[in-house]
Design a protein around this ligand. Structure first.
Ligand code: ATP
Ligand code: MG
Length: 434
């Protein structure tokens, strides 16, 4: 599609991406903007990032740019670094059928382990996931190259895989998650042929390296479409391989606490993203894994006879370790997740004058937010406790003094501690405080 028939102008592309495209072009190489950048501009959206492809090899790219870093094994890529902005430059990929193991490799289930065969633009297009992502903006004449009907699919809002869906999902099971993510992000429909095999192949996600999964989960839940992605992933059986502990509770109690907490948490996350408020994986995982943690703590207490406090601590480690087998949560977040869990125990014990110190804790706010979610999901004593804390948190200095003193007079702290010792098996954090 020539320049005069489409709406992409150079002004909509970042200066850094334009610089990279021109440097490649002027050095005699082909250079295209590709994928999400082209797709999103055509849809009238602001692209998240700009990806470039060229027929220059990574080594040739490195020679052209001083600010270039070569990265990746599965896909060898060049990163051109402009301060905090990074333009990803890939070399056009070719077919990998007859090539030796050194440059391309698949495992028994058909998953591509290495993929560094270079080719031309037609071959490169066939290797992309969806037709709407196989759009190339050519810097030499400002035309758009579309493959497999990408431009038509963009107009009819269809997510269509390039090639045979089964094969393409087996090559890279993450494409199933990407289908869901683009459907919700772009408000498109996954074509029937691409939707049909997902349920049967969802289990292949279990083999994806946990570090890559971590990145994919961020894209699914921190980009403003958490609720829709959650619902759709469950519908397609894609939630289970990622979060087996959560899925088993959702399955067992379809309208239970876990389900209520999930819905509320996803909606809150989307609202925060919409308002440009920060969202953190630490809180996300604390809420997501809350009921698996409670259940695990109960089981440990029952099996081992440990005190509820010790069982709870052991369960925190267990649940986190089990989740990290599928999704590697960086330690800087998982330690905060555990802090948030640990602090849930203090809501019952620290009513009264101790509350003044508790609310100064750096993670109080996150812990309190989880308490509110639990209160909505469970009602009952947790809701009562949450209501006490809400009035304390939102009260003026004077009101706080009155609230704290009346709690102390009622002897809440002593009572709840005594009961804790007598009934070690009870859920520690949902302890009533009469
Ligand atoms: P966004 O950046 O908005 O998430 P995107 O389409 O740019 O969307 P990226 O992950 O940045 O997605 O990938 C850039 C391009 O690389 C895609 O548009 C697609 O053409 C190709 N691509 C990415 N991941 C895959 C994959 N798993 N299989 C095949 N092609 C892929
Ligand atoms: Mg992108």
């Amino acid at each position: 599609m020539p320049r005069k028939e489409h709406a992409i102008s150079r002004r909509q592309i970042s200066d850094n991406a334009i610089k990279v495209l021109y440097r490649l072009h002027k050095s005699g190489f082909k250079a295209y903007l590709v994928g999400g950048g082209v797709r999103d501009i055509l849809l009238g959206l602001q692209p998240k990032d700009f990806d470039v492809v060229t027929n220059a090899t990574p080594e040739e790219i490195k020679r052209l740019f001083r600010n270039c870093r070569l990265v990746g094994r599965r896909f060898r890529l060049a990163h051109i670094v402009f301060g905090r902005d990074v333009i990803e430059v890939a070399t056009l990929r070719g077919h990998h059928v007859d090539s030796g193991e050194k440059i391309s490799k698949t495992n028994e289930s058909g998953r591509l382990l290495r993929d560094n065969v270079y080719g031309n633009i037609d071959e490169d297009a066939e290797r992309r996931d969806f037709t709407i992502n196989a759009l190339y903006y050519d810097i030499s004449d400002f035309s758009i190259h579309s493959y497999g009907g990408g431009l038509q699919d963009l107009a009819s809002r269809t997510i269509r895989l390039i090639g045979d869906p089964q094969t393409r999902y087996r090559e890279d099971p993450v494409r199933m998650l990407r289908a869901v993510r683009f459907a919700t992000k772009l408000d498109m429909t996954i074509e029937a042929k691409a939707a049909e095999p997902i349920k049967g192949l969802a289990g292949l996600l279990k083999d994806i390296p946990a570090a890559r999964m971590y990145e994919e989960v961020l894209k699914l839940f921190f980009a403003g479409k958490a609720q829709q992605n959650f619902d759709m992933m469950r519908e397609f059986g894609l939630f289970e391989p990622l979060f087996p502990m959560v899925e088993s509770l959702l399955n067992e109690y379809p309208n239970g606490e876990t389900s209520k907490l999930m819905q509320e948490m996803m909606a809150n996350t989307d609202e925060r993203v919409a308002q440009d408020k920060p969202v953190t994986p630490a809180f996300f995982y604390a809420a997501l894994l809350w009921y698996p943690l409670v259940q695990r703590a109960d089981d440990i207490a029952l099996e081992s006879g440990l005190s509820s406090y010790d069982a709870y601590n052991a369960a925190m480690g267990d649940v986190m370790e089990q989740q990290c087998r599928t999704i590697s949560i960086p330690r800087r977040f998982s330690t905060v997740t555990k802090d948030i869990w640990q602090l849930q125990l203090r809501f019952d014990r620290n009513k009264g004058t101790k509350a003044f110190r508790f609310i100064e804790h750096p993670k109080f706010r996150a812990a309190y937010d989880l308490l509110l979610l639990r209160a909505h999901a469970e009602g009952g004593n947790v809701a009562k406790s949450a209501a006490w804390w809400k009035s304390f948190v939102e009260g003026s200095e004077d009101q706080r003094n009155v609230i704290a003193r009346s709690a102390n007079k009622g002897g809440r702290n002593r009572n709840s501690n005594q009961r804790r010792r007598r009934k070690p098996k009870a859920k520690p954090a949902s302890k009533p405080a009469e």
